[in-house]
Design a binder for this molecule. Structure first.
Ligand code: GCV
Length: 666
């Protein structure tokens, strides 16, 4: 018995969504079928069609350009692109490489799994090129098996400082390749202890093996790198990026690493952040550090993904001038244009840290000459620990659609990270992932929708949240239309509901320090982390306008003027940018304090509503799934009630202003 769920690659029996005869013969053009990715793809296709429809397809291999596929009518240009078209006697896949074939296969399997009629879906030929060059998962797994910010068990990559390779490893590769992921960082960005030795003999063999498994599914292996390796494992006394000894050490090291792990894509680096070492120690810039490594790995086709999460984490809460929100911009903008070609800056979606609502980081659209990659978090660190249901895809859609005004056209975050704005091939999107060795991979079964959704969205940013949610339910839970509607109805509003019962109007935080689950309004108020709400008896919010920290002005116009003005600023972010009296009237017509009361009472009630919806599914979905989610809802309601009552009581006590509706506040 496997000790993990199949999720969306289970391929249980399906009804035919229309005439499936064509699936009995599959033409593959562009691959002889003998490369490893195509072999894996064909195996997947045969296995999937057999289990779902009892079809055993005949495979016909042709070369690229073979005049078989008439319907696509386009040349396949990109190695990950594919075209699926219908022939009289079969289905044809055109691609340029095994990766294209693989994604085409998963496209077909997904449509069959959702019981769609393939004759309709592929009627006029479907050509697909992934939206983003890099579609990446970042694991924060430690080598002792723990996971930083992990909410679904331990790591399935490591036990006791050893790398584990078993059936689950391969199924993981299948699972994430099927949703379009093509790169994985397998270790925590905080590289400490054993993980520092990943680039030594101790782990080369296993990493090479892992890299090969991934490569068979079109996935590049990446590692997080300890910036101070020269000191920690190299025996030098410096990590200065301009020091010749340091450079020479890295040259030898990288030659060895890429020889031993030939499939390696490169490295992710967290430097000068939260106690991690970096170039600042030596009076150098972030560009100095990133470029030094990038120049060395370039010879091996490697890239350096350098995180922009650099800020002062030892701030004095009394200091109102220093603004953590500014830090990324202030540390990275001055070197725009200096980062070498194979450096990508990885930028968290907001300027703080994955709060339930933040403005988009001003680096996205600020940087005009630098490769950029967006970092989001599907590990629900601040969004409910995979206890509370919080479907994050609607948030990611908002972020990708945000107009930065960085250029006349192609100026959304989506355009920047897909490489359109800068014409770069080094760009993309990464998610801090939410998986662990729990049976269902993600703790709360419904949190699987974030993993599925992130992959699907990274591959095709045009998909709607609703489409993604529906596919997730059909592929993993049920085809029953009422069940599908009910679960989609739980997922879609869940992020806004979570927002309503937690911290209001974009101010963020108010969480229990350290764990980041549960309410503690002042938990971070007098701390060193730069995360304050500044509430007193008159008002709340951080003044980030031209009269305050000036953060609002870091945006391109008209965003800067909009955020700088309390009248123009969107309600949902108004306390992020402004310190306002409780009596300030929002666009909604409500005062700030009444908004706080209303959203918290409503959010708690709505959470109860989600749980009640789930209860209607008893007996209609798999018992294990039902009980898993039911138990999480019990905990979510306790959490929502605490948030509601603590936030409302806190602000009632601070402001002395009663709730217009006279509800119970403590
Ligand atoms: C991996 C936040 C988290 C840390 C995380 C850090 C980061 O501070 O709480 O656990 O470290 O972000 O993104 O580097």
């Amino acid at each position: 018995m496997k000790n993990y769920a199949d999720l969306w690659i289970g391929y249980n029996k399906r009804q035919q969504g229309g005439d499936c005869n064509r699936l009995k013969k599959i033409y593959i053009n562009g691959s002889s079928g003998s490369d490893r990715i195509t072999e894996n793809a064909v195996h997947e296709l045969k296995n999937g069609l057999k289990s779902m429809l009892d079809i055993d397809p005949e495979m016909v291999y042709g070369q690229i350009g073979a005049p078989i596929a008439a319907t696509c009518g386009k040349e396949i240009l990109d190695s990950e692109e594919y075209c699926i078209s219908l022939l009289d006697d079969g289905v044809s896949i055109d691609a340029k490489s095994g990766s294209g074939v693989l994604y085409a296969v998963f496209d077909i399997l997904r449509n069959v799994s959702c019981e769609r009629d393939i004759n309709e879906v592929y009627a006029s030929g479907k050509t697909v090129r992934p939206s983003n060059p890099l579609r990446m998962l970042n694991h924060w797994d430690n080598m002792d098996g723990s996971i930083e910010r992990g909410y679904s068990g331990e790591s399935f990559f490591y036990i006791d400082n050893e790398i584990v390779i078993d059936d689950r490893t391969k199924d993981y590769a299948r699972l994430i390749a099927s949703i379009g992921i093509n790169a994985v960082v397998i270790n925590n960005v905080n590289v400490k202890q054993a993980a520092s030795y990943m680039i030594t003999d101790r782990y080369f063999d296993k990493l090479a093996e892992l890299g090969e498994i991934f490569a068979g599914y079109g996935i590049k292996l990446f590692l997080s790198l300890n910036y101070a390796s020269t000191i920690e494992i190299g025996g030098l006394d410096s990590a200065d990026p301009l020091d010749e000894k340091v450079i020479a050490w890295w040259k030898d090291k990288m030659a060895e690493v890429f020889k031993k792990i030939p499939t390696l894509g490169g490295f992710l680096v967290k430097a000068d952040s939260e106690g991690r070492p970096g170039p600042f120690t030596y009076g150098r810039t972030q560009a100095d550090g990133a470029n030094m490594l990038a120049d060395i790995v370039k010879d091996y086709g490697g890239i350096i993904i350098w995180r922009c999460f650099v800020y002062n984490c030892k701030q004095d809460w009394r200091d109102r001038k220093t603004d953590r929100a500014r830090a990324g911009y202030d540390n990275f903008m001055p070197m725009d244009g200096d980062y070498h070609d194979n450096v990508i800056l990885q930028i968290k979606n907001g300027p703080m840290d994955f709060q339930i609502r933040e403005p988009v980081s001003p680096l996205l659209g600020g940087l005009k000459k630098t490769n950029q990659m967006l970092e989001v978090q599907i590990a629900q660190e601040y969004t409910g620990h995979q206890i509370d249901v919080c479907f994050l895809i609607p948030e990611f859609k908002e972020i990708l659609g945000f107009k930065t005004y960085c250029s006349e056209k192609d100026d959304t975050v989506g355009d920047i990270i897909n490489g359109k704005t800068l014409g770069s091939r080094y760009s993309g999107i990464a998610a801090v992932t939410n998986t662990g060795n729990d049976f269902n991979w993600t703790g709360n079964y419904l949190a699987g929708a974030n993993l599925f959704g992130f992959g699907r969205l990274s591959f095709d940013t045009e998909l709607s949240s609703e489409q993604i949610a529906e596919e997730f339910v059909r592929m993993t839970i049920s085809q029953d239309i009422d069940v599908v509607k009910t679960i989609v109805g739980i997922l879609l509003p869940s992020r806004e509901i979570y927002e309503r019962y937690t911290s209001p109007l974009g101010i963020g935080w108010m969480v229990q320090p350290a764990t980041h689950y549960g309410c503690s309004v002042d938990g971070y108020e007098y701390d060193r982390w730069g995360t304050y709400h500044r509430a007193d008896h008159l008002g709340i919010g951080v003044d980030r306008t031209d009269k305050g920290t000036g953060y609002a002005l870091l945006y391109n116009e008209p965003n800067a003027s909009i955020y700088n003005s309390p009248e123009k600023c969107p309600d949902e972010l108004v306390l992020f940018f402004h310190h306002l009296p409780y009596t300030h009237k929002l666009h909604s017509g409500k005062t700030v304090i009444q908004h706080i009361y209303d959203t918290h009472f409503e959010g708690y009630e709505e959470a109860k509503g989600l749980a009640a919806k789930w209860d209607t599914l008893k007996g209609k979905v798999d018992d294990e799934i039902f009980e898993n989610v039911r138990e999480r809802f019990d905990r979510q309601l306790v959490n929502a009630r605490e948030w509601c009552d603590q936030v409302n009581s806190y602000f009632f006590r601070k402001s002395g202003i009663p709730d217009e509706k006279g509800r119970e506040i403590y």
